[in-house]
Design a binder for this molecule. Structure first.
Ligand code: AMP
Length: 501
């Protein structure tokens, strides 16, 4: 190992140089190939400079070997990587470029028609990944762990997306915690299907696997049939990580398959050792349906752009449906009331997280950063939860998912979970509609299944059989579409527009 190497992920890669690292559309690559390609990238970015000294380098590439080489190359040149979403339209990209003050963008020809004008008007350098890979590698700067590494844009707080900044030390702590919790080893092989501008795809499914010396196989895009086929042939995948929507698509694909194919899929899933779900609440019904498909109990975990992973069901031991488990290794969690007093079991409160995994700051926003930390360094997640028999359960976001009706605090997620079991409902979103008498009324915006109909009486009767009556919707709106974010997660609709009375 090169003693001079100070970026932990690079130091580790040097330790398993002859092992396979990446499988992608371009081919199969060893850690040695990744080290070589990232050094070339770093030199292409540096030009005549000896260190990028924290310059922001945006990265807009499809899931590929080039993406990984570019990310590590930016780090090795002393830059801060700013991953861009490959499907974002110009105004959103412009916001990230302007807010981060990026000086270069690494990209591929297919994105140049969109990025070219954005780069030109800002005087930002556009660098093709293929050109960078052809550069000659030379001397690279020493990049200490305390230096900034990654800027991921997130809408976790009100207002436009903010860049959450982490240092190499923080990214390393986040990876170390995941590797320890899920016992990721160099014989692991993940099938990666997640977007690479979001924490889940970058940290959990890519960097943590590389940190452990495993293989990351990048699919250019998620396709349910291809994923299920890949599990079967050859039987070398050991890990899979996804959002609940992806698990819903996999189970729908399985439902549509014939009996012999279903049996073959279930058999193939047995050779994986772990399926992880996160980034959104996993409905208990989905956990059960996926268990029928795979004979695995999905491990649900909770994380956030600002903290990496925070809570998770255990690798060994009971995975409880509807719960997000216990703190990750090295992570501290607590629930507090409105006055900041720490709560015990069975009391709902605001979730706070502390540890070496917590981000550094929102880029260029000291006031917004200060607002999310307590005086003693706890990060206020904005999520509300409860701890029951040692396990945390999320009740929703502090903002829109926690409703107050007739003086009761109720979780929109909990109601959605119950209503999702209604045979006519394909998607449901529960919101609080302001009301003079009740404070808020529970309202459900529903997409019905094809050919199905639903009225409020039916919905209330169904809800009442499952929930306390104050949780039962008093308003119903059948809709064709619900707003979604870049991850496909349903967002709360604009209540004022939807529920006009
Ligand atoms: P992001 O920063 O985009 O990863 O979003 C983080 C937010 O996603 C958290 O603050 C939670 O509100 C939500 N989230 C993440 N994991 C879960 C989960 N397992 N269940 C419910 N919500 C989750």
């Amino acid at each position: 190992m090169d003693e001079a190497e100070t970026i932990p992920l690079i130091a580790r890669a040097l330790g398993h140089a002859r092992r396979p690292a990446i499988i992608a559309s371009e081919g199969r690559f060893l850690y040695a190939d990744l080290l070589d390609a990232s050094a070339r990238f770093a030199n292409a970015l540096l030009g005549q400079a000896s260190d990028l000294n924290g310059a922001r380098v945006a990265l807009m590439l499809p899931p590929s070997f080039a993406y990984v080489a570019a990310l590590l190359g930016i780090w090795r040149a002393g830059g801060i990587a700013v991953p861009l979403c490959i499907t974002h339209p110009a105004p959103e990209l412009a916001h990230v470029l302007d807010d981060s003050g990026a000086t270069s963008i690494v990209t591929a020809p297919e994105h140049e028609p969109l990025l070219g004008p954005l780069a030109r008007t800002r005087g930002v350098r556009l660098l093709r990944a293929t050109d960078a890979l052809a550069a000659i590698s030379g001397t690279l700067p020493r990049v200490l762990p305390s230096r900034p590494a990654l800027l991921i844009y997130t809408s976790g707080t009100p207002g436009k997306p903010k860049g959450a900044l982490t240092t190499h030390a923080i990214v390393t702590a986040q990876m170390r915690s995941i590797v320890a919790a899920w016992e990721i080893r160099d014989n692991d092989h993940i099938l990666h299907v997640l977007p690479l501008h979001h924490l889940h795809g970058i940290l959990n499914a890519l960097l943590s696997v590389l940190c452990a010396g495993g293989v990351c196989e990048l699919m250019p895009r998620f396709d349910a049939a291809q994923v299920l086929a890949r599990f079967q042939q050859p039987r070398d995948i050991t890990l899979f990580m996804a959002v609940p929507t992806i698990y819903a698509k996999l189970t729908a694909q399985w439902d549509a398959s014939g009996e012999p194919e279903r049996a073959a899929i279930t058999e193939a899933c047995r050779s994986l050792r772990l399926f992880v779900s996160g980034s959104a609440a996993l409905p208990a019904s989905m956990l059960e349906r996926f268990a029928a498909l795979s004979s695995h109990v999905l491990l649900e975990r909770y994380g956030m752009t600002e903290i990496g992973m925070g809570l998770g069901n255990p690798l060994h031991g009971a995975r409880r449906a509807g719960y997000v488990g216990i703190p990750f290794p090295e992570v501290q969690a607590r629930l507090v009331d409105d006055a900041g007093h720490v709560l015990g079991e069975d009391a709902a409160g605001k979730l706070e997280i502390r540890g070496p995994n917590v981000f550094h700051s929102y880029w260029g926003k000291p006031a917004a950063t200060a607002a999310v930390f307590t005086q003693d360094g706890w990060f206020k997640t904005g999520d509300v939860g409860i701890r029951e028999r040692g396990y945390y359960r999320l009740l929703g976001r502090e903002s829109v998912d926690i409703l107050k009706t007739s003086g009761y605090k109720v979780s929109a997620l909990e109601i959605e979970e119950a209503l999702r079991e209604h045979p006519a409902i394909a998607e449901v979103c529960v919101v609080g509609v302001p009301d003079d008498t009740f404070g808020q009324r529970v309202a459900a915006a529903v997409i019905t299944k094809p050919g199905a109909a639903l009225n409020l009486e039916e919905l209330r009767a169904f809800g009442k059989a499952r929930m306390a009556s104050y949780k039962v919707p008093t308003l119903l709106q059948v809709v064709a579409e619900l707003p979604r974010n870049a991850m496909g997660k349903v967002q709360k609709p604009d209540v004022a527009k939807l529920f006009v009375r």
